[in-house]
Design a protein around this ligand. Sequence first.
Ligand code: MCF
Ligand code: FE
Length: 408
Amino acid sequence: MKLLIADFVLTCNATFEIIEKGGVVFDETIIDIGQSDALQARYPDATLIQTPPHSIILPGLINAHVHLEFSANRTMLRYGDFIPWLQSVIQHREELSALATHEHIAAALREMLQSGTTTLGAISSFGADLHACVQTPQRVVYFNEILGSAPSAVDAMYADFASRFEDSKAHEGNRFIPAISVHSPYSTHPILAKKALQKAREEGCIVSTHFMESLAERAWLDNAEGDFQPFLSAFNPHAKPMCDALEYLALFENVPTLFTHAVYADTEELHALSDQKATLTHCPVSNRLLGAGKLDIAKVLAAKINLTLGTDGLSSNTSLSLWDEMRSALMMHYERDLTTLAKLLLQSVTCNAANALKLPCGSLEKDRYADLVVATLPQACDRETLIVQTLLHTRRMEAIYIHGEALC
Ligand code: MCF
Ligand code: FE
């Protein structure tokens, strides 16, 4: 049993309680939490772990959406607009895959760990990241991706997906959770989506999908117009939208789903997400680089949707650190109150994300997994500015525990 103490404990619980001179008692799960003096008196036999001055204990961070198989990209892809980016992904797909070796992906996971990400939702397009995700100390919700629009290829695409899903199921445990990703409404035939979602219901797994990321997607699904029209016509001269946005959302009914991006989702669609108790995963840097614009957070909050944050892959980011992502979000959504936004961002990478991924972590509460990290600020800071300063100054963690085990 360990007792970790610090100047502050940021619980990220329902009341967002902050404990000054606090501590956490844990083995594999959290046993108790409170004022450090009281905990030391109550647990005299626990191994006491002190932290440096100006330290904060908080739940390990949760990156709800990342594509590890695209981790080798640095400057190969075209940024600024969605369709040119997609074309560049298709053009460099093989080269990028060849560079993203097991070691490369393992290194990306290590980087994520050092920046405090203890759980991630990995979107796996090919299964090339399976072993790195199984071996990493972090918890991984492993979303096996399905896509394909040609009706003639439906059976082959489904068989490939089903075989990857089975491979991932062989590794199921409390640190590796198989799940399903339906790529998007513009890329996935509804027959494929329905079959994959039926499997999700049968297996009780959660789902991730890209939804309403770009203006091109909006124009295509609404009117078969915009930049997707010439792009898709090059593959199939008779290409037409396979469903509209609300029809797409209806496919996901009764399946816990994370909808990624949703920058162009309209009010009706946001309410449909809310009614389905779905989660919206915001990837601000990716949206900026792919010319997708900016999520209207006010509308998301008004619809009472659970909000999480993702880095997306290095195919549309320069960092897989959630601290970098939160800092970018803090700057990007400049119209929002700084302190309130910082709190929302921290919730989106802790309690909200655990809620979306259905994992008992993401907040420091009794019986939750002991997944916690320590951040150390360069100077003292008062309680009122603690969250903003933590977001601004944190890069590497002082300490990391997953399932109670010390890492790094
Ligand atoms: O989230 C971003 C942008 N939107 C869609 N897809 C991807 C993103 N980052 C990587 N991807 C992957 C996706 O999983 O790129 C491929 C899929 O395998 C695009 S479809 C040819
Ligand atoms: Fe993505």
